[in-house]
Write a protein that binds this ligand. Structure first.
Ligand code: BG6
Length: 390
């Protein structure tokens, strides 16, 4: 068994957990290769999503998908929206659980609703899922719709509300900022996407094998990011630490990762960070730019490349330095424009969020430490931990 725990600096600090990590958040970031592997093995196994046999948890036909969640879990939903629409071709809507009560999504025939919550206890998400289940009960008999839950706590309150629970198997996450529960939510959603694409025959056998093979390579690639990019991320954290504002840009499947990166920075460093779609950033928010505001751009060599690079060029024309999180195959013109560059292993462009989020988690962590903050227990936010009954 390969160990995914790398050698690690700061082991002279007080360990939070006895494994040599100074904080739970860092420990949990470094656990990602292992938990992603565990979760993949679970959902790629014969008797789960990819069996293609009688284990159907969705009704057929399936007209649309609704996703409910809050914070980081909503961002996992936004990544999945991209996958489900672009790979499966199924209309998918993501609604903040907190908005759902005042603006519920219309109940339409043959809908699969997915409630995502790492804790299974977030009151907004529980209330939204409960309301959706009540709407489905009212139309039962007229058409079929189902509500499933994705959670790290299968014993939580969520289980009482949904028809079926899919656990993320990430183990306890003590740090308040969600990290490993986010990447394992993505695993469940990616496996679900490939499963639906196979059922509905929206991708060829060859393409679905390609995606599965690439999913199986992710643990090693995440471990490589953790090992190889640590030094540059620590250097970047020193530069970011004095900032009051920060902008994170992404496009396509990585727009959600820009939002998630900005949320991690807000939660742990208290820097006012905002995530934007790189193209949309030009339509108003670019007015925010001034030299002291760092910009982080996710620049992948996928079909969002030209659009992101165009925005990066415009940002640079205002004398604002840009830190790029790039794929290994990104053209050299991008490397020449970016002031600093974090380079990630090559992966399928659709699966890049598994890798692009990792440097942003580490950047948030090291910047918070640099600012002398209590990174595991940020002010004003809490996290529900479900302790199993003995
Ligand atoms: C918020 C937290 O209250 O809840 C976020 O501040 C978190 O960090 C969000 O992402 C959702 O939590 P959960 O447990 O429903 O995934």
């Amino acid at each position: 068994m390969v160990s995914f725990y790398p050698s690690h600096p700061n082991t002279n600090l007080f360990p939070a957990d006895g494994k040599g990590f100074p904080h739970f958040m860092l420990k949990e970031i470094y656990e990602q290769p292992e938990v992603v592997q565990t979760c993949l093995s679970h959902y790629l196994s014969e008797e789960r999503f990819l069996s293609g046999s009688s284990d159907h948890f969705i009704s057929s036909p399936l007209n649309q998908i609704h996703i409910l969640g809050s914070g980081t879990s909503r961002h996992a939903g936004l990544v999945a929206q991209y996958w489900l629409e672009q790979i499966v071709g199924i209309p998918t809507r993501v609604r903040s659980a907190s908005e759902f009560l005042s603006a519920p999504l219309p109940v339409v025939a043959n809908t699969l609703t997915i409630a995502i919550t790492q804790s299974g206890e977030t009151s907004d998400t529980l209330a939204a899922a409960t309301q959706q289940q009540a709407s489905y009960s009212r139309v039962a008999g007229l058409f079929t719709s189902r509500l499933i839950g994705i959670t790290n706590q299968p014993q939580s309150s969520l289980a009482r509300v949904v028809d079926q629970v899919f656990p993320t198997l990430a183990g306890d996450e003590i740090g308040v900022a969600a990290t490993k529960t986010f990447t394992t939510q993505l695993v469940v959603l990616a496996c679900l996407t490939v499963y639906l694409a196979r059922c509905l025959k929206t991708v060829s056998q060859e393409r679905s094998h390609q995606l599965i093979t690439e999913l199986q390579c992710l643990p090693v690639k995440i471990a490589a990011v953790l090992e190889q990019q640590k030094a540059i991320i620590q250097e970047m954290a020193q530069k970011l630490a004095p900032a009051r504002h920060c902008i994170v840009l992404g496009q396509g499947v990585n727009r959600a990762i820009a939002l998630e990166g900005a949320l991690k920075l807000k939660e742990t460093t208290y820097i006012h960070a905002e995530g934007y779609a790189a193209g949309e950033f030009l339509h108003g928010p670019i007015a925010l730019l001034e030299p002291g505001i760092p910009v982080i751009a996710i620049v992948m060599s996928d079909h969002s490349y030209e659009q992101v690079l165009n925005t990066v060029r415009k940002v640079k024309s205002h004398n604002v330095p840009v830190l790029g999180i790039t794929g290994a195959t990104v053209p050299s013109e991008a490397s020449q424009i970016l002031d600093h560059q974090i380079t990630l292993p090559t992966t399928d462009e659709l699966l890049s969020p598994f890798l692009t989020v990792v440097p942003l988690q580490l950047l948030a962590y090291y910047t918070a430490v640099q600012r002398g903050l209590d990174v595991d227990r940020p002010r004003n936010i809490t996290k529900t931990l479900v302790v199993p009954e003995s």
